[in-house]
Each structure stands twice: as C-alpha cells, then as structure tokens.
Design a protein around this ligand. Structure first.
Ligand code: PMP
Length: 304
C-alpha cells in the first residue's frame, strides 16, 4: 500500500503517496485512539460520485466527539478533501479513507499537547468480500470473540481501536475457511459482522439488530429507507443467532461489503442456500443508486 504513485491529503496538503508518513511514536499507533471512515465513490455516467459523503463526514465528527478528539478541520474542508483525493488520483471509482489521529507530540496515556491530524487517502478497491459472492452469498461463522460491551467501547464511534476486536474475529473464522465473522454482544445476542451490519428476512419482514452494540451503518440506513419505500415491514430488535439459522434470507450491509448475501451461518444453510429474492432486489436497488441510475435520493451522490 505504501509504495505506489498518487497523492494523499494530509493536514490540508496534497502529499505524494510515498511521503505521507508519520513517526513511530504516533500516539494513535500505540493506543488506538483515533476515528476514521470508510467511504466509496462509484463511476456514474456523470463521472465519479461519492455516496452519502455528508453522512460519512457527519459520523466522523460524531465519532471524534465521543472520543473527545478536537477535529482540526471543518466538515466542508473534509468533504472537499475527499472529492479532491478521488479527482487528483484520477480515480473513476474508489474507496476513500479519512482518519483523524493523534500525532507524536507526546507519549503515554496522560500525554498533554497532543495534536489531532487528519489524512484522506483513496484507492481502487473492488468487491470487499468477492464479486462471485455477491450472487452466491458468503459463508459466515459466529466468532468466539464478543463484540464490545457498550461501556467498554463506544459503539456509536467508528474508532480505530475497535477494530482490534473485529480482526480477532475475522482471523479466527478465516483460519477455518469462512468468509466473514458474526459477532455476538456481551449478552449473547447478534451484534454485527466484523465490518458490517446484519439483516434477516423472515416471513416477509426485514429484521435487524438494534444499535446497542453495533455501528449505526449508513448502508443499513439506506436499506431501511428502501424497505420503507417498498412497503416491506421492518423491525429493529434483539436477535439471536438461531433466528438467523431459520431465516428465509440473510445479508450483510456496509460501505466496503455493500449488500452481501449470507448463504450459510455456522454450517447451516440459510433459506434457499443462495442469494434470496428480497436480498437481490435490495442489492440491485443499492447498486443502481450508487452508480447514479436512479432519480430518487439524488442528494446522496456528491460528484467529485
Ligand atoms: N459495523 C462495523 C463494525 C463497521 O466497521 C461498518 C463499516 N463502516 C459497518 C457496520 C457498516 O457501516 P457503513 O454501512 O456505514 O459502512
């Protein structure tokens, strides 16, 4: 990743990719106290467009507030920076990574004088969990690692340190040949995937875990908006893993993962064992949206 051509926005300047470096004593590298976003831009007939840019930037600011990190730039500046990295790297479609982190101004948990820094990078990234799986669905396993308790981590924040738990879960299940992990909360109820929200379809109803210990996903919100518009009943509630075993359909949502069918959980085939009909409908509506093929919600696309 570090050795490639291109430009990265760092603290207000466009810096050559290979020179966008930090010191080994970077505070966030040691303690994980930082916030970030994962955003995507898609190729449309009118050029690259960033999907729900302002919503992602809004969450970045809320994450910083939760961690009490002073954000050194305003939202307009960071929105412009995200457009700029796509444009100046000549990308048609991109994954965009803004991150706010503490620098190497001090060490230790009590460090004074830390400064928050912001970087924004963008690169081409295809389907996160595999193009074929978009049709066939992925194989998921419940992780033995528990998702964060609401009082040990702040689930409304997309914070760097949270992803240590996600990586334990992913590494555990991928070593056994599964595509993705499902994490349960501290009470044993379904929380989310390592980087996705989860939905099931049961008797024509769309059901998703409430946000007690899951990230308030922007793709989750998009799908819930579609369900309302399509007249599909939708419910947020506590969910058990066996509700997924017996669901008619299941899928993950996330900016990186997009709308990804789940064909199997814990070696139980879900529904028809492949992408379900409602999953397919929601997935194609989502792709039509992000690629600018729908007139509705035009405000969700920010052209670069
Ligand atoms: N949960 C977690 C833990 C995530 O990392 C993500 C990805 N940001 C999501 C859910 C989905 O969020 P979004 O749809 O906003 O990408």
């Amino acid at each position: 990743m570090a050795d490639r051509d291109g430009l990265i926005w760092l603290d207000g300047e466009m810096v050559p990719w290979r020179e966008a470096r930090v010191h080994v004593l970077t505070h966030t590298l040691h303690y994980g106290m930082g916030v970030f976003e994962g955003v995507r831009a898609y190729a449309t007939d009118r050029g690259p467009a960033i999907f729900r840019l302002e919503d992602h930037t809004g969450r970045l600011f809320r994450s910083a507030k939760i961690l009490n990190m002073p954000m050194p730039f305003d939202a307009d500046t960071l929105n412009a920076a995200q457009k700029q990295v796509v444009r100046e790297n000549g990308l048609d479609s991109a994954y965009i990574r803004p991150m706010c982190f503490y620098g190497s101004e001090g060490m230790g948990l009590h460090a004074d004088g830390l400064k928050a820094h912001v970087m924004v990078a963008a690169w081409t990234w295809g389907s996160y969990l595999g193009e074929d799986n978009m049709v066939n669905g992925i194989r998921v396993k419940t992780s033995s690692f528990t998702r964060h308790h609401v009082n040990s981590a702040m689930c409304k924040a997309k914070a760097n340190g949270h992803y240590f738990n996600s990586m334990l879960a992913v590494n555990e299940v991928s070593a056994d040949g599964y595509d993705e992990a499902l994490l349960l909360d501290a009470d044993g109820y379904v929380a989310e995937g390592s980087g996705e929200n989860v939905f099931i379809v049961s008797n024509g109803e769309l059901i998703t875990p409430d946000l007690r210990s899951a990230l308030d996903g922007i793709t989750r919100r998009t799908i819930m908006t579609y369900a309302q518009e399509m007249g599909i009943p939708i419910r947020e509630k506590r969910m058990t893993r066996d509700e997924i075993y017996v669901a008619d359909e299941a899928f993950f949502t996330g900016t990186a993962a997009e709308v990804m069918p789940i064909r199997e959980l814990d070696n139980r085939s879900i529904g028809n064992g492949r992408r379900g009909p409602l999953t397919e409908q929601l997935q194609s509506r989502y792709f039509d949206q992000v690629m600018g093929r729908r007139d509705d919600h035009a405000e969700w696309l920010a052209f670069v």
